[in-house]
Write a protein that binds this ligand. Structure first.
Ligand code: NDP
Length: 246
C-alpha cells in the first residue's frame, strides 16, 4: 500500500480526527488528509506545534482544520465525551479517527522497569485510545463510511528485549483493534485496522536509535499511502487487519 495512488478528492467532505497531530507521522497524516479534502481535527498536547500544522494546512489551500489541545496523560472519560460532543456540535459528524499519539518510555529490562513509567506509557499508548474510541464510537457509527486506525509497531507483534511497556502497549493496541473489529464485524459502515509505520524519520525514532543515520529512513510523508488507503472508501469492507506502511 506504500505506493497507493489516492485520488485528489479521496477524503472530500470527511471529518477526521488525528491524535499527536503536531509532530512526526501525525503531522504528515493531518496535512496529507487535508490535501485530499478532509477537514482535520488536530489533537495534541503542544499548542504551538498544532498551530504550525494549522498554518501549513491553510497555506496548502486545504480545508480549514481545527485545533484541539489535549494531553492524553491527564484526560479522563468526561474530557473525551466533551471532545465527541464538540465534534458533533461543530461538524455533526466524524468519519475517521487516527490514533497516532504515542510515547516511547524508557528502555529497560522488565525486572528493572519503573512501575510509574509503565503506567504512563500504557496510559498514553493504550488506555487513552480505548477511552477516546469509546467516546467517539457513536459518532463514527453514525457515519456512512467510517475508518478507525490504531498505530502499532514491529515490537507489538514480536516482543523485543528492553522495549518494556512500549512493546506491551503495542501488543495491546493490536488486541484492542482486533477485539473491536470482531465486535463490529457485521457493521458495513465502519472498519477498524492498525498500521505499523516501520522505521520512520521522526524524533521518536531518533530517541530510540540515536546512532542511526536518519537520512537512511523514509520520511513520514513517504509512508502515507497506507494511511490514505485506509481512510478512503476503497478500503471499505477491510477490517481487523494490521498493515505495514513500508
Ligand atoms: P513523535 O514522537 O514524532 O510524535 C508523537 C506525537 O504524539 C507528538 O505529536 C506528541 O506530542 C504526541 N503525544 C505524545 N504524548 C502525548 C500526550 N500525552 N498527549 C497528546 N499527544 C501526545 O512520534 P512518531 O511520529 O514517530 O510516532 C507516531 C506513532 O507511530 C506512535 O504511536 C509510535 O509509537 C508509532 N511508531 C513510530 C515509528 C517510527 O519509526 N517513527 C515506528 C513504529 C511505530 P508532542 O509533539 O507535543 O510531544
Amino acid at each position: 500500500m506504500r505506493n497507493y495512488e489516492a485520488a485528489p478528492d479521496l477524503l472530500k467532505d470527511r471529518v477526521i480526527l488525528v491524535t499527536g497531530a503536531g509532530d512526526g507521522i501525525g503531522r504528515a497524516a493531518a496535512r496529507t488528509f487535508a490535501r485530499h479534502g478532509a477537514t482535520v481535527i488536530l489533537l495534541g498536547r503542544t499548542v504551538s506545534k498544532l498551530e504550525s500544522v494549522y498554518d501549513q494546512i491553510e497555506a496548502d489551500g486545504s480545508p480549514t482544520p481545527a485545533i484541539y489541545p489535549m494531553n492524553l496523560l491527564g484526560a479522563n472519560l468526561e474530557d473525551y465525551q466533551e471532545l465527541a460532543q464538540k465534534v458533533n456540535e461543530t461538524w455533526g459528524r466524524l468519519d475517521g479517527l487516527l490514533h497516532n499519539a504515542g510515547i516511547l518510555g524508557t528502555r529497560a529490562p522488565i525486572d528493572h522497569y519503573d512501575e510509574e513509567e509503565w503506567q504512563k506509557v500504557m496510559h498514553v499508548n493504550l488506555t487513552a485510545p480505548f477511552v477516546m474510541t469509546k467516546a467517539c464510537l457513536p459518532l463514527l457509527l453514525a457515519s456512512d463510511d467510517a475508518s478507525l486506525v490504531f498505530t502499532s509497531s514491529g515490537v507489538g507483534r514480536k516482543g523485543r528485549a528492553f522495549w518494556g511497556a512500549y512493546a506491551v502497549s503495542k501488543f495491546g493496541t493490536e488486541g484492542l483493534m482486533e477485539t473491536l473489529a470482531d465486535e463490529l464485524t457485521n457493521k458495513e459502515n465502519i472498519r477498524i485496522n492498525a498500521i505499523n509505520p516501520g522505521a520512520t524519520r521522526t524524533d521518536m525514532r531518533a530517541d530510540a536509535y540515536p546512532a542511526e543515520d536518519p537520512n537512511e529512513l523514509l520520511t513520514p510523508e513517504e509512508i502515507m499511502g497506507t494511511y490514505l488507503f485506509l481512510f478512503g472508501r476503497e478500503s471499505r469492507g477491510i477490517t481487523g487487519k494490521s498493515f505495514d506502511a513500508q
